[in-house]
Design a protein around this ligand. Structure first.
Ligand code: NAD
Length: 376
């Protein structure tokens, strides 16, 4: 079987689907691995690094797409490229399936099996294939490192002959994978960290990392789904949350927001009046910018400086700021996925649509949308 990793086309994308280590592991399984020339340019790998582990480096993208049994890439494909794929091929990438109905139809027409990385089940078995987690973890880290670089202060307390420098106060909103890593990184740098989430178990996890948990009684239903995702709050609950958060924001040097609601636009949790009450020079990093943003005033891809001198960063692809490790763990997710379904005897993939993992993430098969959530 042949696996192909094409170059990422989006300018902002610094990651790629395969590093030489995972390419070599796939080859050891018995796959023929082809990568498009230049694949690892942004993540620190030369073509020769791939050829040295036995992969084939090709310049003809079209032939790579047309002959592959498995295509792995980071970003969703252009519709025109789906028409180049072989019938029955497996395509694994982020797909944004809630917003890309036409793309799903293209996979149906081409009779390609499309796997959406976003839909990987959040189970112990699928953990090693969970690209949302492997990337969110790094986004949490880069949010803190960006804040450390941009702020006017420093994170740790320093007692010097010239006086004592107070530790930075950091507020993390949303304690999922990214939020937990942001807490851990900020704590390692010596900041005082406060964190909030609507899931009570997340507050306990924050405390176990040494953060102070902000507890707000929102009333009514809060908490998570069976997959651990947050449930959407009512407008009244969001208002109540905003009032309590505003007090913490006003005292914070850095606010990092990561609050998402799976498959929906992210809630706006920090309103303009809260931003206006923050101190000059404070930093907001909105990790939810790509899904609409948690902060009023966030502009996707930009730094916005407010009238009172607060800097709001809505940068996209935050994990792409550390492309080598982001590629390393993403490639490992791809490898683990292929390895899980690999049949050593026949040296082919055994993809039973009834498999628990595939039931979660396989969207199209055999010319149909088979995933319950996207059938309608
Ligand atoms: P996410 O990116 O969907 O959201 C980030 C955080 O924002 C979540 O903790 C969520 O509760 C929080 N949030 C949503 N609305 C909020 C609001 N109004 N105010 C404050 N916070 C709000 O989350 P994620 O990082 O993808 O993690 C989702 C869940 O999946 C977590 O429970 C995580 O532990 C779990 N998970 C499990 C596995 C596994 O078992 N294999 C792997 C990864 C994640």
């Amino acid at each position: 079987m042949e696996l192909f990793a094409p170059l990422e086309k989006e300018e902002i994308e610094t990651r790629c689907a395969l590093d030489p280590v995972s390419a070599q592991k796939l080859i050891k399984l018995g796959l023929t691995v082809k990568v498009e020339s230049g694949l690892g340019n942004c993540s620190g790998y030369k073509d020769a690094d791939y050829t040295s582990v036995g992969a084939e480096v090709i310049s003809d993208r079209n032939s790579g797409l047309a002959s592959a049994d498995i295509v792995c890439r980071v970003s969703k494909p252009e519709a025109a490229e789906i028409t180049q794929l072989k019938e029955g091929a497996l395509h694994v990438s982020f797909l944004d399936p809630f917003n890309e109905a036409a793309l799903l139809d293209s996979f149906v027409t081409q009779k390609v099996k499309a796997v959406s990385l976003e839909m990987m089940p959040r189970t112990t078995l699928a953990q090693k294939m969970d690209a949302l987690s492997s990337q969110a973890n790094l986004a949490g880290y880069t949010a803190v490192s960006l804040a450390a670089e941009k702020m006017l202060k420093i994170f740790p307390m320093m007692m010097t002959p010239a006086g004592t420098i107070s530790p930075a106060k950091v507020f993390i909103v949303g304690i999922g994978v990214a939020g937990l890593q942001a807490i851990a990184t900020a704590k390692r740098l010596g900041a005082r960290v406060t964190a909030f989430d609507i899931r009570p178990e997340a507050l306990e996890q924050a405390e176990s990392l040494g953060a102070k948990a902000l507890r707000i009684d929102l009333g009514g239903e809060t908490g998570g789904t069976s997959q651990g995702y947050a449930k959407e709050l009512t407008p009244e609950q969001i208002e109540k949350q905003g009032l309590e958060q505003a007090k913490v924001c006003a005292q914070s040097d850095v606010v990092i927001t990561t609050a998402k609601v799976f498959g929906r636009k992210s809630p706006v949790l920090i309103k303009k009046d809260t931003v206006d009450s923050m101190q000059r020079g404070s930093i907001i990093i909105d990790l939810a910018a790509e899904s609409g943003g948690n902060v009023e005033g966030t502009v996707l891809g930009e730094e916005v400086v407010t009238e009172n001198g607060v800097r709001i960063f809505g940068y996209a692809n935050m994990e792409g700021r550390v492309p080598q490790v982001a590629t390393q763990v993403l490639a490992s997710n791809f490898y683990n996925f292929v390895e899980h379904f690999w049949d050593k005897e026949s040296k082919t993939l055994k993809t039973d649509p009834e498999d628990e993992i595939l039931k979660g993430c396989l969207i199209t098969d055999n010319g149909e949308i088979i995933h319950e959530r996207f059938k309608k």
